[in-house]
Ligand binder design. Sequence first.
Ligand code: FNR
Length: 339
Amino acid sequence: MAKLFSPYHIKNVTLKNRVVMSPMCMYSSSNEDGMLTPFHLTHYTSRALGQVGLIITEATAVQPEGRISLQDLGIWSNNHIEGFKQLNNQIHSYGSKSGIQLAHAGRKARLNSTSIYAPSPIPFNDKSKQPTEMTKDDIIKTIKAFKEAARRAREAQFDIIEIHAAHGYLINEFLSPLTNKRSDQYGGEREGRFLFLKEVIEAVKLEWTGPLFVRISTNEYDKSGNTFEDILYFTQQLKSLGVDLIDCSSGGVIETSINTYPGYQLNRCERIKNDTDINTGAVGLITSGLQAEEILQNDRANLVFIGRALLRNPYWAKAAAEELREEIEIPKQYKRGWK
Ligand code: FNR
């Protein structure tokens, strides 16, 4: 059997296969209230019909000021629980599992109407707003917001939580020396820069006992950014905090062009898997079943995250199975008309 279509067990959750829908912002919440719309239900449920093993929702803001745009999804209030519960019912009824990516945009929030926050008051670029340097109180409030979001995710019956610590958003801004110039305990050496993420994880774990993933930027593409040694230090710490899987992405901390090619983030994903002895998810221009199978068979990652290819084709998993000469389920309602 192709490894891509073998089940994957993590804590109390079994994914029917190793195909993961990578979190992707759809900017489709309509009333600036962070609520799901019919679009979200259709969009994610189609990928469940398409036999994706795990569907991770787009970056979902734990505080209103943590949105990238006013159209982002949110989970900052109890009013958000019901919509996600409905979504999860749908996803589960087609045999897929669901994850939520908990996020805070930090200085990359493009919000005109409110103050935006970051570890240090350095704008992302010359077009972006000046962020307010977070006080200890702001830090405590934000950590509590992640904890409350984890409780709501549990109540909404998500199977997995992924913390967004990549792409230059708030948590990544604490981790990176390019964006964290603080002189208190949350800045300085890598131990200090890691403290915010550590406290977020500890707070989330008070509400969440299920599988916990963390997405990080394994490469900042800047010689003054985190080195790969720093990254390995972070992943070792994440392992000792009980994180179950590192989702290995890259970039986004500063504006720079990235040379992308099939599997461009894989090298570091594989090294993290081996050096830290932790499960990893591979992502980035993985577009075919054969490519995904190679990654899994060579133990370069445990799960394969598919982004744009799944936007183009909700039945990507079915196409990948055909490439690998594997039979997989199709929605029972479609069976008579499939061939
Ligand atoms: C993304 N990506 C992304 N990543 C993330 O961690 N949270 C998010 O909300 C988003 N949003 C998003 C929106 C859109 C439209 C795209 C195309 C991408 C990054 C995405 O998850 C993935 O890591 C990259 O797209 C690389 O994988 P692919 O697309 O090459 O398979």
